[in-house]
Design a protein around this ligand. Structure first.
Ligand code: PSU
Ligand code: MN
Length: 304
């Protein structure tokens, strides 16, 4: 048996012709957003790309085969099936068993880059969890991006993580982080965090040039583009702080650990905010998909 990554016809054609492509993750759909809104969101993210002349490449593992680019049935499956949350280390196990999995930022970045896709939009990256000095809970998103040549557009990392430690780890692992028209690292639902960034970019073309320089001077390495929501669209900071404190208390009371932590906190927060955090989450994801489209277009124009 030969193991392989299946690239959809649309993505294969766009790759051949040097046209812009943006990868999208499936864990945000399967585990990060509530049903049935998640199916609508998955279709909407693809539509934002299509409207800009960009080919969507939603990534998931279906019946053991990693897919880069899903058809309508594939998109329906990631929204409706209880498939496992899968990082890079899970890929060979799912492949050997013929099982299905939703791919995290790490697994999506890895599979998309393997297929030759160079730009990826997500909501928030995984990072270093609070208390990681005891639990060692640091997302494989971070280490994967240190060895994977893909540009990820995200609204920073969620304020449920240890943002300072996440930025330190990215520095240690030589993953560049640039703020898109901001000097401050965003914190997902909020436009800002208290952390300043070293680098700010003003345009998608500038990001594409950094990617080109990276390929020539550094090699296989990710690039994080931090894209904040406009302030008028952020979540109310007071409600944000209160709900997050309750979410942590609930996770601790229920003894949630490991890879269940992120989905638990996300769904708790949606419920406790009566859906207000969800609208912000969808807004920031759309915002990231649109910027990723611009970067993919700029990248394809460089013909690198
Ligand atoms: N952040 C979100 N929504 C999500 C995730 C992160 O706002 O759904 C998902 C992403 O797929 C990310 C993963 O890669 O959680 C990180 O999980 P962990 O912390 O277990 O590595
Ligand atoms: Mn973890």
């Amino acid at each position: 048996m030969t193991y392989r990554v299946e690239v959809s016809e649309a993505v294969a054609t766009a790759l051949d012709e040097g046209r812009p492509i943006v990868a999208l993750e499936s864990t945000i759909i399967t585990h990060g957003l509530p049903r049935p809104r998640n199916l609508e969101a998955a279709k909407e993210f693809e539509q934002i790309l299509l409207e800009r002349g960009v080919t969507p490449a939603t990534v998931a593992i279906l019946d053991g085969v990693p897919q880069v680019g899903l058809d309508d049935e594939g998109v329906r499956r990631i929204a409706e099936e209880d498939m496992t949350k899968s990082s890079v280390r899970d890929i060979p196990i799912l492949a050997a068993r013929g099982a299905s999995g939703a791919t995290t930022v790490a697994a999506t970045a890895h599979l998309a880059a393997l297929a030759g896709v160079r730009v990826f939009a997500t909501g928030g990256l995984g990072g270093v969890h609070r208390g990681a000095n005891e639990t060692f809970d640091e997302s494989a998103d971070i280490t994967t991006l240190s060895v994977t040549p893909i540009t990820v557009v995200s609204a920073g990392v969620k304020s449920v993580l240890d943002i300072a430690a996440t930025l330190e780890r990215l520095e240690t692992l030589s993953v560049p982080v640039v703020g898109f028209r901001t000097n401050t690292f965003p914190s997902f639902w909020l436009t800002e965090s208290e952390y300043e960034l070293d680098w700010r970019v003003e345009s998608a073309e500038e990001v594409a040039k950094i990617m080109q320089a990276r390929d020539l001077l550094v090699g296989d390495q990710g690039l994080i583009v931090a894209n904040p929501l406009p302030r008028e669209k952020q979540w109310d900071p007071a409600e944000h702080d209160a709900v997050i404190a309750r979410a942590f208390a609930a996770a601790e009371a229920e003894g949630v650990t490991g890879k269940a932590v992120t989905p638990f906190l996300l769904s708790y927060i949606v419920e406790a905010s009566e859906g207000r955090s969800l609208e912000v989450n969808l807004d920031l994801a759309r915002n990231n998909v649109a910027l990723a489209a611009d970067i993919a277009v700029a990248w394809s124009k460089l013909g690198a």
